[in-house]
Ligand binder design. Structure first.
Ligand code: MG
Ligand code: MG
Length: 296
């Protein structure tokens, strides 16, 4: 019965993944481990936000997933802080307002050193860190968009945060979809071979657990779905909030990272497709919880 649940969630997380060149990466094991880990977490730091140079603002992929995860973790009573850069701070604040979240929100400085990583980990002391569509450093130490544009002057590479966290035995979980995101180091060779501009943009930092999705927001929704099964309750925000959240972020200036337009879409997928996927997560979670409820 649970196999059917996990197969359904895995299918949704990986919708359209072949277009990324990363279809052969399996993430279901990481998804299940990540949900067990987060169930047992003490406090969680979520990092997100990907700036688009042409528009000088963050994209719609990432913040929605981060907010989805924060919503779920708050319902489990876990303290959460979301870290992002100046291009996505107002977007996330608006989404937090819409969902009524009480998590912390911290804006990253442009120049991020190992010392800053140590300072943040000392200050927030998270047991777990999760990145959702957050830029990571390539082998030359710089930050790149999926098009190979250098974004290093816009946003900090916070790979040291994951490095120091791992040295301190804190669990790091990464969600990405294109290979240039923080935490993709485990599959860097594959990214170099399969992803356009892969040799330039591939991130080199390893996360303990890596979830590769067709769209990063969907990877986060998948994680909240598996977390729901662990918790025996639905931790996804209500279905109508997916559309509302996307429209709220867009009203605050967010752009689609692929089209670079200020429109209600994510990575080129319109609001209807995002809504369809999110409702499917809901349906699978509800069906599974109803069945398990009937056993107990
Ligand atoms: Mg991406
Ligand atoms: Mg994306």
């Amino acid at each position: 019965m649970r196999d059917e649940f996990y197969a359904g969630i895995d299918r949704l997380v990986r919708e359209h993944i072949d277009q990324r060149g990363l279809g052969q990466v399996a993430s279901l094991g990481a998804l299940r481990q990540a949900s067990r880990q987060l169930s047992a977490s003490r406090s969680v730091l979520i990092v997100t936000g990907f700036p688009v140079r042409a528009r000088q603002v963050g994209e719609t992929d990432g913040p929605i997933g981060a907010l989805s995860l924060a919503y779920a973790l708050e319902r489990l009573g876990k303290p959460v802080v979301i870290l992002t850069d100046r291009y996505s701070c107002a977007l996330i604040a608006s989404g937090m307002g819409l969902l009524g979240l009480e998590s912390g929100l911290h804006c990253l400085p442009l120049h991020f050193s190992r010392q800053e990583a140590i300072r943040l980990l000392d200050r927030f002391n998270p047991s777990h860190l999760v990145s959702v569509e957050r830029p990571g450093r390539a082998k030359d130490g710089r930050i790149y968009s999926m098009r190979g544009e250098d974004l290093s002057d816009l946003t900090p590479g916070i790979d040291d945060l994951f490095e120091v966290a791992r040295e301190r035995n804190r669990m790091t979980i990464a969600i990405g979809d294109g290979g240039n995101e923080l935490g993709m180091g485990r599959i860097a060779d594959l990214i170099e071979q399969k992803v356009p501009h892969g040799r330039i943009i591939a991130n080199r930092t390893r996360a303990d657990l890596l979830i590769v999705a067709g769209v990063s927001n969907w990877g986060a929704h998948g994680l909240v779905s598996t977390l729901s099964l662990e918790a025996h309750r639905c931790l996804l925000y209500p279905p109508d909030q997916e559309r509302a959240l996307l429209e709220e972020l867009v009203a605050h200036g967010a752009v689609d990272g692929v089209t670079q337009c200020n429109e209600s879409s994510v990575d080129g997928y319109g609001v209807e497709e995002n809504q369809r996927i999110f409702e499917s997560f809901h349906r699978i979670v509800k069906t599974s919880l109803d069945r398990e409820g009937s056993i107990h």
